[in-house]
Design a binder for this molecule. Sequence first.
Ligand code: MG
Length: 252
Amino acid sequence: MVTRKSRREIEKMRTAGRIVAEVLALVESELKPGVSTAHLDRLAERHIRSSGAVPSFKGYGHRSNPFPASLCISIDDEVVHGIPGERQIRDGQIVSVDAGAIYDGWHGDGARTFIVGQPPSEVVELIDTTRMAMMAGIAAAVPDANLGDISGAIEDVAGPGGYGIVRQFVGHGIGTEMHQEPQVPNYRTGVRGMKLAPGICLAIEPMLTLGSGEVAVKPDGWTVVTRDGSLAAHFEHTIAVTENGPEILTTV
Ligand code: MG
């Protein structure tokens, strides 16, 4: 069931979203060669908790293999769900960071791909296109549009450049849980989908690659990589559909 959030509930999601945005800005300021991904994760967890929130990723998943950290940090051909550890960031890498926070029971979820050093222009274009695809999807999230309009807007930005669109992972509804209905695919599915209305909150999160878009999960049970080893980028905002159009909640 897709729930519509009240003004008061969206206000709490705005707080959760602000904390997520602050975490991503903090990571950006600390991201340089030689820094370990575990260090970035510790900074993130400290900021989330000192803001009165809880990291939503830590302990997420089945109890046999819960996600062990507050951030997902996915480097180069890793698409999403990379696990922070002692591995150090190197010059020329692209680093996708996904953060989630729960404030007073309400979730915020956001991600950005950062550049370390100066990768080739085609890599910069991949990252820019992924961000623009996300923004196009957000712009389509207006009352009386359909869910499929968001998917189509994302595909229209991603497709012409020949980028691979990851299909196995999609955007999602969000609120009192990180993942709620509906799913928000980053490509046209052939169905228009539900009608959007004020109060619907979504995480819109395209994942694009320089290759095919086919992905696999590594033996750790979490890290999603491109099957062909191509580089991947990921951007995500939590948004609310309002009478005045989309409002980005994961912002400062
Ligand atoms: Mg998400």
